[in-house]
Write a protein that binds this ligand. Sequence first.
Ligand SMILES: *Cc1c(COP(=O)(O)O)cnc(C)c1O
Ligand code: SF4
Length: 339
Amino acid sequence: MITRSDSQSHIPPVPAWQQALARAYTRPEALLKALGLEQTLCAAAHEGMQQFPFRVPRGFAARMRRGDPEDPLLRQVLPGAAEAQTRPGYVNDPVGDLPRMATPGLIHKYHGRALLIATGACAIHCRYCFRRHFPYAEAGLSARQLERAMAWLDADPSIREIILSGGDPLSLTDQRLTSLVEQLQKISHLRRLRLHSRSAITLPERITPELLALLEAWRGPVVLVVHVNHANELDNSVAAAMTALRRAGVTLLNQSVLLHGINDSVPALAELSESLADHGIQPYYLHLLDPVAGAAHFDVSEERARELMFQLRQCLPGYLVPTLAREIQGEPAKRVIGP
Ligand SMILES: *Cc1c(COP(=O)(O)O)cnc(C)c1O
Ligand code: SF4
C-alpha cells in the first residue's frame, strides 16, 4: 500500500525561490493596494499591460516606499498609458538581435563571445525592456535548438566566452542550468562563463547552494552581470546573495539603463555606484535606452547623459564611474559615449 508520505517522498521540494516567484504580483491592483496607493492608476496600467504583462516579486515590492507613486522602483515596473503611444524610430527589435542569430537562440554580434537566449522568462517585467517584443517562443531554446547552438559553438574556436542571457537565465531550474552548463563545459575553447541576470537582485532567493556549486565547478572565470538601476534596489537580502556569490569566486558587475525620472540625476547615479561598491559589485555599463516601442517616455537625451557623466566624474573615484554606452546596429562593439 502506498501511503501519502511514501508517494510524496519522491517529489523534490519546491525551492523557496520558485515559491516566491509563484507569489509575485501579477495584478497592478494588488501591488497598489500593498503600497497604499490609489486604484485610479489601474486603468492606465491595464492599457500599458496589453503589450507586455505585469510581474513584480513581493521581495522587490517591499523595497518600494509606501504611498509614493513616483517611487523609482515602482516606476520601473508599473505599466502606464504612455506605453501604447508610438514614436518614430521606436521599434520592436531595436538592437537588431534577430538578424544576428547564428542558430535559433544564439546571438553572435561581437568577436570572441556569443550570447545564448537560455529562456524568455523573467522574474520581473521592466517596462523599458529592450526585449519586450522579442519573439521568445520562436527564439527560446528547444532541445533540438540547443543541440544546434552547441554544434555551432563547438565548431568556432574563436568563441572564448559564452553569455547566458534571456529573459533571465536564472529563471531556469538548477537542474536545467546544470545540464546546460555541463554541455558547455565540454566545449574546451569556452574559457569564461558569463550570466546576465536581474533575478539575482529582484529575487535573491534564487542564489541557491546548488547554483553556487555549479558556478564554482566551471573551469575558468565566472562573471555575473546584474542589473540595478537605483540604490534602493539593494537591501539586506541582496547583500547576502552577493556575499555568497563573491565567496564562490564570481566576479560581480552591474549594468544599468539611464531612465528618465528614475536615475537621471547626479545624486541618484552617485548613490547607485556607492551602494554597488558596498555590495562588492563593480559598475560596468550605463546604457542609453534602446529605442524599443512603448518605452519612449523613459528616454534621456545623449547630451543630458554626457552632462551627467561629466558631473559624476567629479564626485566618484574613476573606478566607480560606469561606461556610458549605446548599442548601434551593425557596429562591432557597443559604442562608448562617455565619460
Ligand atoms: C551586449 C552584448 C554582448 C556583451 O558585450 P560586452 O561589451 O562584452 O559586455 C555580447 N553579445 C551580445 C549579442 C550583446 O548584445
Ligand atoms: S529583467 Fe531584463 S530581460 Fe527581464 S524584463 Fe527586465 S530588462 Fe527585460
